[in-house]
Design a protein. Structure first.
Length: 269
């Protein structure tokens, strides 16, 4: 059976690891030709080599998603190699910890540049190409922390909240072009970035214990896997999601369904 992704071209930013790589693989498994974009050249080329070894059509382009010149180069390589673009997944992100008091101006600017400006830049270049191809799908990887957040993540939460608003604006602006724009908000997902954050901010607790504690905050009792986020992203690219645009879809194990007040229940009516 021919997949709906056969003959389609997808760009995934932040594709060297974590959710980005899982998404690139899932799109490739579905038949798409995938362009991997990331600043980490070593990890990026390992990812490309792995996908190609498995028989997938993957092309790696290194660069900084917050730099117009780099993003322009990415789009030019994509046009030259494939002459079309059908899917854009904006997964590149950085997540330092800090309050507005402890976050430096340079760090604040970097978070907003990667997490928000990067999506603006890739979309700015992608929309005209998709329009000429008759439409497409853009999926922005937001976060539950754009809706409700933990302490000590001021810059990251601000960037993800803004990304939710940008998703809605883009969906309205480009519906007439046949371009659907949605966001996905993961909870705690087992990625290198999550593990690094756990190690850097919980020095006295073993990593596995930290991940177990974070998982217990989710009603499903665990942290998620990158592949579980990728599965939803692939669906949002599919004909099954043809009437979905401007929405935010959570992959959070029920995290935001829970309120902070806990009451004991003895089972009596």
């Amino acid at each position: 059976m021919t997949s709906f992704l056969e003959g389609k071209v997808a760009i995934v930013t932040g594709a060297a690891s974590g959710i980005g790589f899982a998404t690139a693989r899932a799109l490739a498994v579905g038949g798409a030709q995938v362009v991997l974009f990331d600043w980490d050249q070593t990890a990026l080329h390992i990812a490309e080599k792995g996908l190609r070894a498995d028989g997938f059509n993957a092309l790696a382009v290194s660069g900084d998603v917050s730099r117009d010149m780099d993003v322009g180069g990415l789009m030019e390589v994509t046009r030259t190699a494939f002459r079309r673009l059908d899917v854009l997944v904006n997964s590149a992100a950085v997540q330092p910890y800090g309050t507005v008091e402890t976050t430096s101006e340079a760090e604040w600017d970097r978070v907003l540049a990667v997490n928000l400006k990067g999506t603006y830049l890739t979309s700015r270049y992608a929309v005209p190409i998709m329009r000429r191809c008759g439409g497409g799908a853009i999926i922005n990887i937001a976060s539950v922390q754009g809706t409700a957040c933990q302490a000590n993540v001021a810059a990251y939460a601000a960037s993800k909240g803004a990304l939710l608003a940008l998703t809605r604006a883009m969906a309205l602006d480009h519906a007439k072009d046949g371009i659907r724009v949605n966001s996905v908000s993961p909870g705690s997902i087992d990625t290198p970035a999550l593990r690094s954050g756990a190690q850097n901010n919980n020095y006295t607790v073993a990593l596995d214990k930290v991940l177990e504690q974070w998982g217990s905050a989710h009603p499903l009792g665990r942290i998620g896997r990158p592949e579980e986020v990728a599965a939803l992203i692939v669906f949002l690219c599919s004909p099954g999601a043809a009437f979905c645009t401007g929405g935010d879809y959570r992959v959070d194990g029920g995290l935001l369904a829970r309120i902070g007040v806990v009451e004991e229940f003895n089972g009596s009516a």
